[in-house]
Unconditional design. Structure first.
Length: 93
């Protein structure tokens, strides 16, 4: 229904919640295809960080309502605050 009005912006909230890894991959592929086909911008709020990092062009990370990082997924994935808040401190392992 959201696509019927030919939006310029599509807002998605936790679309991967409760899905299997295979379903998450399918929904990410669908989102990429729809974005390409229709040319709209997607704002996707998601706690499944791994799928976002593999799917989006740009990511902004909030921690308790404060933006701690913003940029390309590869850059943000290396940000110390992001690692500590969402990805776990791999250096401590």
């Amino acid at each position: 229904m959201a696509l019927a009005s030919h939006p310029r912006l599509l807002l998605l909230d936790e679309v991967a919640a409760g899905l299997t890894e295979a379903e998450v991959q399918e929904i990410a592929a669908l989102i990429r295809a729809l974005r390409s086909e229709h040319g709209f911008t997607v704002i996707w709020i998601e706690h499944a960080v791994n799928i976002l990092m593999r799917t989006v062009d740009r990511v902004a990370v909030l921690n308790f309502g404060t933006k701690i990082a913003d940029g390309k997924p590869a850059e943000v994935g290396r940000d110390r605050q992001v690692i500590e808040a969402y990805l776990g401190d791999r250096a401590a392992a």
